[in-house]
Ligand binder design. Sequence first.
Ligand code: NDP
Ligand code: 13P
Length: 341
Amino acid sequence: MGKRIAVLGAGSWGTVLANLLVENGHDVRLWTHDPAQLPEINDQHTNEHYLPGFHLHEALHASTDLEASLKDVDAILFVVPTNAIRSVATQVLPLLAERSVKPIIIHAAKGLEKGSKKRISEVLTEVLPDDLIRGIVVISGPSHAEDVAAGDITTLTAASVSVECAKAVQAIFMNQYFRLYTNTDVIGVELGAALKNVIAIGAGALHGLGYGDNTKAALMTRGLAEITRLGVVFGAEPLTFIGLSGVGDLIVTCTSVHSRNWRAGDQLGQGAKIDDVLANMGMVVEGYSTAKVAHELASEVGVEMPISEAIYQVLYQDAPIKEVIADLMGREGKPEFDFQG
Ligand SMILES: NC(=O)C1=CN([C@@H]2O[C@H](COP(=O)(O)OP(=O)(O)OC[C@H]3O[C@@H](n4cnc5c(N)ncnc54)[C@H](OP(=O)(O)O)[C@@H]3O)[C@@H](O)[C@H]2O)C=CC1
Ligand SMILES: O=C(CO)COP(=O)(O)O
């Protein structure tokens, strides 16, 4: 049966997910903070800046009225960049009071909040009290908006401490080309999703510098090793990192020209300056902000993340990429896995 769903954020991912939910037969309200988007989405059925060349379902309706968008909804999907989640949730909070049906809160963003260093579900839990919502579910996995828009077969994880909520979200999204698996390891899913974006900047930089496939495979594999190392310290299940939101998403983000993180790295590898890259992307490059949070978290808990640290130095300390690569390769020899001491 169709559900009433508010999708908050009309960028590339929010627009595609809202469109998919309309295709799945739901009553979808796409909320944007930018009134300039309304005539294009509602009358021309396009969102050219975020999804060039893609025609949206004619039943997809966008609005800037948050209260109307949230009226009687069964679920609220947050798809704004990580650092905007708290402010959007704060606007949602007063509109949730006195409801007979408590909505499921879903988020599809990938990052760690600047300053607080929190995962997105932690931010949502802080802002939206338990008694006003049914539960929180994160959807994550290898899923570029452009490929989903084209109907490419795509698989995601729906993670929640509530199996019942994860199953409800699985049912809302699944169709013949979009398949979700449930998972209860929210920590692992969110950390894998956030930290792979940092590694993807590195993968793009290697490409921009002309490195070959061996080097890219090395970066992805050793990148996953350090993501896992940090994740387990924060309570994640190691297996989650070889799942869709771990290695799956790492592969797609480190190899696809659709990835904004990869493209940012590619431009850096070719000599561009980070400020220019970010200013010209026109969409969020989550790995930039996450690289700083990862640097802070790793030093706080004393976990070695040499690749993420090297990328942090390139992004924030203007370190030359070739020099940080030479430093990484010049480290002392080590066993492949920590348990081999
Ligand atoms: N694109 C993709 O393929 C995928 C993206 N994701 C994740 O989804 C999240 C969103 O990404 P994506 O849609 O690609 O990002 P985009 O940059 O394409 O769009 C972000 C949207 O959020 C809006 N926004 C920014 N700040 C605020 C705010 N304070 N209040 C309300 N709206 C705001 C932007 O508005 P404005 O136009 O005014 O800037 C824009 O409409 C990210 O965490 C990303 O990692 C996950 C999987 C796939
Ligand atoms: O997470 C993504 C694909 O799964 C999107 O990655 P980018 O933000 O790098 O485009």
